[in-house]
Design a protein around this ligand. Structure first.
Ligand code: DC
Length: 223
């Protein structure tokens, strides 16, 4: 059977992971969350006591002994660091910060490149991230750039956070969103940007179900 690769990129808060996971299940493909790889390398750097302000210190944690593995358990991606399941540990705010820092180091991106390539070579997948359609899988069968206006993304994130009982202000969430967009799209290496041949899917005016339908239909009509 032909291997099909779907690349989904887009800014923070566009609902990439939820939508990509559902779309992969519908298509019978695996879902690969590449942010989890950067988070695992970030967690490792934290645990090794790396100075996150120093590229050299981060690079020093990428030793031959380091084992970052992605395994599928009951169809769900789990992350292993040197044999330990760190799938929950990589979701803390500290690990998010560390992921963001290590992801700007070219050597880290090179380090994770082959792992991502090999997964896509051997499996039909929906892979989401920031540079999948532009750098990791430039020959993907379908490329989608999934976005929504900063206001729509901030509203969703605000709702999520307040439902968890967090005391946040919508204007602060929006300001954070705009800053992250700027940082992600202006970093020197693998910045967030729509590939020339990616299909733009804007979900500003759509609810989750409608967004999932849009992505599934886009994939089906382009493979
Ligand atoms: O999607 P996420 O929040 O789990 O990603 C964690 C960090 O990794 C985020 O700061 C962006 C970065 N990242 C990246 O640079 N390239 C990818 N393909 C995926 C994530």
């Amino acid at each position: 059977m032909k291997i099909i690769n779907v690349a989904i990129d887009g800014p923070a808060g566009a609902g990439k992971s939820t939508i990509s996971r559902k779309a992969a299940a519908e298509m019978g493909y695996i879902y690969i969350d590449t942010g989890a790889l950067y988070r695992t390398v970030g967690l490792n750097a934290m645990r090794q006591g790396a100075d996150l302000d120093s590229d050299d210190s981060i690079i020093a944690t990428l030793t031959d002994e380091l084992k970052v593995e992605l395994r599928f358990i009951d169809g769900e991606q789990r992350m292993f660091l040197n044999g330990d399941d760190v799938s929950a540990d990589i979701r803390t705010p500290e690990a998010s910060m560390a992921a963001s820092r290590v992801s700007a180091v070219p050597r880290v991106r090179e380090y994770l490149f082959d792992l991502q390539k090999n997964l896509a070579k051997n499996n039909s997948c929906v892979m989401d991230g920031r540079d999948i359609g532009t750098v990791v899988l430039p020959d993907a069968d379908v490329k989608i750039f999934l976005t929504a206006s900063p206001e729509a993304r901030a509203e969703r994130r605000y709702k999520e956070l307040t439902e968890k009982g967090m005391d946040v202000k919508l204007e602060d969430v929006l300001a954070d969103m705009i800053k992250r967009d700027y940082d992600d799209s202006h970093r020197a290496i693998a910045p967030l940007k729509q590939a020339d041949d990616a299909i733009l899917c804007d979900t500003s005016e759509l609810n989750l179900e409608e967004s999932i339908d849009l992505i599934i239909n886009t994939i089906k009509s382009n493979i």
